[in-house]
Design a protein around this ligand. Sequence first.
Ligand code: NI
Length: 177
Amino acid sequence: MAIKPVLKMGEPLLLRQADKVEQFDTPELHALIEDMQDTMAHLNGAGLAAPQIGVSLQVVIFGFEKNQRYPDADEVPFTVLINPRLTPLSEEKEDGWEGCLSIPGMRGVVPRHTQLHYQGFDQYGTAIDRTVNGFHARVAQHECDHLQGILYPMRINDFRLFGFTDALFPGQAVVDD
Ligand code: NI
């Protein structure tokens, strides 16, 4: 399909609550997911939400084996998650570095629940029900936040741990995003 331009922070659409998908397994939905996959792969993203390519629907994708944007992260199975419901299973939150394709060239430390239950559907309407932790839980929370109009800087507690990737990590070969 196509690599789409990714909307950057400041675009009003990124702040909207996304609409639920009403019909599964349609050509339109499959085309949207292909576009999202192509776009995410092109940018080496760990995940992408439909609003980031200008479609205000509750669709996220995430997953990777080895990701050059997050070289230390454990592998996350490739997942299409539609109309998600997230239930944190831990009060405990853990700090970790995040970036976002809508905020290129920057990173910030964001607290996220360490244990998470998520439910939703894939593009065929098959139910998804998983309990996850670690980076998988982090990515799911980050991507699903996009569907509520929340970008990761809105979750940052300590703004000293927010900045430009090349200034935060000088000398490291960091993918330019
Ligand atoms: Ni993002």
